[in-house]
Design a protein around this ligand. Structure first.
Ligand SMILES: C[S@@+](CC[C@H](N)C(=O)[O-])C[C@H]1O[C@@H](n2cnc3c(N)ncnc32)[C@H](O)[C@@H]1O
Length: 375
């Protein structure tokens, strides 16, 4: 639930308390799709479900604002690009897309999603990968991997990792490896987002409502996700435009877009909600990626407003005349009036969106705000 009363960080004004009824009155129904209007297969179409990622917005939200504020060939910038929803949709829309993220894994995922794949080479990769022999040549993993995987699962994952070296599209298969590793962890099925302890024996699973056992192999996931990845990149190829997609790996406080921007479309991290490195800890271990946890914005409230304002001010300076800044956020602490003001942005519109959450065991109502601002 978003907070009932809000305090502007800048001017100390208290906005009126929102009752539940007032909250419902404010909801923008055009952006609050029901399950029937926007079924899961649409929300997770083509490359959007190449890999699980906690904290992304639905592609249809990006589509609405691209149609409203951008034109084909224009530059769309997302300084907190995450799993690349803005970039994928901006590309399909025909715009030039650019984004930045601090997380090396997210950048890898975005490159895999937005890359161009030649069908014959893709098929040759699949054949090459499927010829791997179980556990052959695999080296023992580090202590994290030994703790979180059954020996057979780990051997299969490491064997696949070795075979990736001989492929044409290693980054796509690294994403498949990571997705399989996520599924093959010794995590409870009902606690896949941030599992605290490996499951060592049978347990009552709240997701499947029965007794489940920890996963003991990885090959079944590898086979399934290789096929799924091929299908997804091929589906995206049908709507993919040839325009450039620039993916910049770094701290958005110090990274500029590659040219004058027509639309900023982003959802910043929010304090205390999601640890963006930790959610893919297995990928960092398995792929040997560098973690930059200490630079992650939103690890605490301290310094948060200043950090986001710095990023948005950088985006504002790159904005062409008439350009818009669209920020999707669950502003439960009421920080964004102050942040926008500090970034030199003027709030034009604040839309409230009702999000239906279905993932895992999280229940209850959830709202998101879309802030539309201009310099
Ligand atoms: C809410 S998520 C964005 C999700 C995205 N809209 C999507 O649909 O996938 C926020 C992102 O900000 C990134 N982030 C956190 N601190 C950052 C920093 N200092 N510089 C750049 N990105 C950062 C996180 O890694 C995370 O991917």
């Amino acid at each position: 639930m978003i907070a009932a009363s809000r305090q502007s960080a800048k001017r100390g004004e208290v906005r009126p308390v929102r009752t539940q009824a007032a909250l419902y009155d404010e909801i923008d129904l055009e952006l609050s799709w029901s399950e029937q209007e926007l079924p899961e297969r649409e929300r997770t179409k083509h490359v959007h479900r190449l890999h699980p990622y906690l904290g992304k917005f639905v592609p249809q939200l990006a589509e609405v604002f691209l149609r409203r504020y951008a034109s084909s060939g224009q530059l769309v910038w997302d300084p907190f690009a995450g799993s690349g929803t803005t970039l994928v949709e901006a590309n399909a829309f025909g715009a030039r897309a650019a984004g930045c993220d601090l997380s090396a894994f997210n950048c890898l995922l975005m490159r895999a999603k937005t890359g161009a794949y030649e069908p014959a080479a893709l098929l040759a990769d699949v054949v090459w990968l499927s010829e791997g022999e179980e556990g052959k040549k695999s080296r023992p993993g580090g202590s994290y991997l030994r703790r979180w995987y059954a020996p057979r699962s780990l051997a299969e994952l490491l064997s696949f990792r070795e075979r990736i070296e001989g492929t044409t599209y290693p980054e796509l298969w690294q994403v498949v490896l990571s997705r399989s590793a996520r599924s093959a962890r010794l995590a409870r099925h009902d606690d896949l987002d941030f599992p605290a302890e490996p499951a060592t024996g049978e347990y009552f699973c709240h997701k499947h409502r029965r007794v489940c056992r920890p996963v003991g192999e990885a090959d079944k996931f590898l086979r399934r996700y290789v096929r799924d990845a091929v299908q997804r990149v091929q589906e995206f190829a049908e709507v993919r435009s040839p325009g450039p997609v620039d993916i910049l790996h770094g701290d958005a406080r110090c990274v500029d877009p590659p040219g004058p921007v027509d639309l900023v479309l982003t959802s910043p991290p929010y304090p205390g909600l999601i640890d963006y490195h930790e959610q893919h800890a297995y990928a960092y271990e398995l792929l040997g990626l560098e973690r930059r946890d200490s630079e992650e914005i939103g690890r605490g409230v301290k310094g948060y407003c200043e950090a986001i304002a710095t990023v948005l001010a950088r985006s504002r300076r790159a904005l062409r005349r008439g350009g818009k800044v669209v920020v999707v956020v669950n502003d439960r602490r009421g920080l964004y009036d102050g942040i926008l003001a500090a970034a030199g942005l003027r709030l034009e519109e604040r839309l409230l969106r009702h999000v239906n959450r279905r993932t895992g065991r999280r229940k209850g109502e959830y709202y998101e705000e879309v802030l539309i601002a201009t310099p």
